[in-house]
Design a protein around this ligand. Structure first.
Ligand SMILES: *[C@@H]1O[C@H](CO)[C@@H](O)[C@H](O)[C@H]1NC(C)=O
Ligand SMILES: *[C@@H]1O[C@H](CO)[C@@H](O)[C@H](O)[C@H]1NC(C)=O
Ligand SMILES: *[C@@H]1O[C@H](CO)[C@@H](O)[C@H](O)[C@H]1NC(C)=O
Ligand SMILES: *[C@@H]1O[C@H](CO)[C@@H](O)[C@H](O)[C@H]1NC(C)=O
Length: 296
């Protein structure tokens, strides 16, 4: 700006025009595109309200609402969904050098994190995880959606097996009483969280650290994500006491970059009471108060 004002007046006029056009373009193209990823046993239709509200309040925003792995196919393995949806998101991302914003609801938020961690060619500015089991799931609320009659105490017998790992839920089932089995059978969550080190661990962390913002939304009245603090990387210890994110090794040892994001002011942990799991994506005030402010 200082340079601008020392320009001679003849050049000033054209500079002003250029500035005006730039401002106009910024207004029109002001918001980054948003990619939405739906939850388990539903599809893109369940994310329509969020899509419409973003476009209403942030006119001009392009919204991509992922319609892969809807309904029963949402039970396909997590790595498969991360790869397939990730290729689409990489394709979208390649068209927007300034980056995209990513919102995943429930299981979709865990798929979204998988994409951020594994695709170096996906450039995400803000990633919002909307009530997603980021540290895993150990509760009947989720189970009964898909496996009626399966009890949480014995679900590990199914999920911690070769066969059980062929379902998405098995991939993030985290039974605090059977951690050894979790570590030996689960092919997804222990790796994504760098709980088990692999050749990819450094990439996972470096990719997550490229985010401008990580927003973790969850709340005590969720009643499906169990414990609800899993939406914010808190989890049960071995006697089912919840240990908050900042006391977890994933944060303390900065295994995936959470602490670095936090210390650089890029981690936003948002707790909203009074919202049931099936309301997050249906509640306009959630979009207005907790999603839109992070989308630019
Ligand atoms: C992004 O990277 C993956 C490999 O990680 C590759 O298969 C894919 O073609 C790339 N997509 C684009 C649009 O560059
Ligand atoms: C990227 O998306 C466009 C438009 O949907 C499509 O035509 C193209 O084949 C895609 N490219 C890749 C590498 O998937
Ligand atoms: C459960 O674990 C917490 C934290 O490690 C500990 O303070 C508490 O005494 C334990 N409770 C029982 C019943 O063992
Ligand atoms: C909608 O969200 C607000 C918080 O923004 C919450 O207070 C309210 O209880 C929610 N309503 C429903 C029906 O979930």
């Amino acid at each position: 700006m200082v340079n601008f004002f020392v320009l001679r007046s003849s050049k000033m006029e054209s500079k002003l025009t250029v500035l005006g056009v730039l401002l106009l373009v910024t207004q029109i193209l002001g918001y980054r595109p948003v990619v939405l990823i739906h939850g388990i046993m539903t599809g893109s239709g369940s994310m329509e309200m969020i899509s419409h509200r973003i476009q209403e309040k942030h006119p001009g925003t392009i919204v991509y609402n992922v319609n892969r792995f809807e309904s029963w196919s949402s039970l396909e393995t997590m790595w498969h969904q991360v790869l397939e949806i990730g290729l689409d998101v990489a394709n979208i991302s390649s068209r927007y050098p300034e980056g995209i914003n990513l919102i995943g609801y429930s299981q979709g938020g865990l798929i979204a994190r998988g994409i951020v961690e594994t695709f170096p060619n996906v450039s995400v500015s803000t990633f919002i995880s909307l009530s997603s089991p980021q540290a895993g799931q150990y509760g009947a609320g989720f189970l009964h959606l898909v496996f009626p009659g399966l009890l949480k105490d014995s679900a590990y017998e199914l999920f911690y097996s070769r066969v059980g790992q062929h379902t998405s839920v098995g991939n993030y089932w985290n039974d605090p009483y059977h951690q050894t089995l979790f570590e030996s059978y689960s092919v997804f969550l222990p790796y994504l969280n760098n709980h088990i080190k692999s050749a990819k661990s450094d990439d996972f962390k470096n990719n997550l650290l490229k985010l401008k913002r990580l927003v973790l939304i969850g709340g005590p009245d969720d009643n499906v994500i169990t414990p609800w603090q899993s939406s914010q990387f808190g989890y049960y210890n071995t006697n089912e006491t919840v240990i908050e994110m900042k006391e977890q090794d994933i944060y303390r040892e900065d295994r995936i970059g959470l602490r670095a994001l936090d210390e650089s002011g890029r981690l936003h942990v948002v707790t909203v009471p009074g919202v049931n799991h099936f309301s997050w994506h249906m509640n306009v005030s959630i979009v207005d108060d907790y999603l839109l402010p992070f989308l630019d």
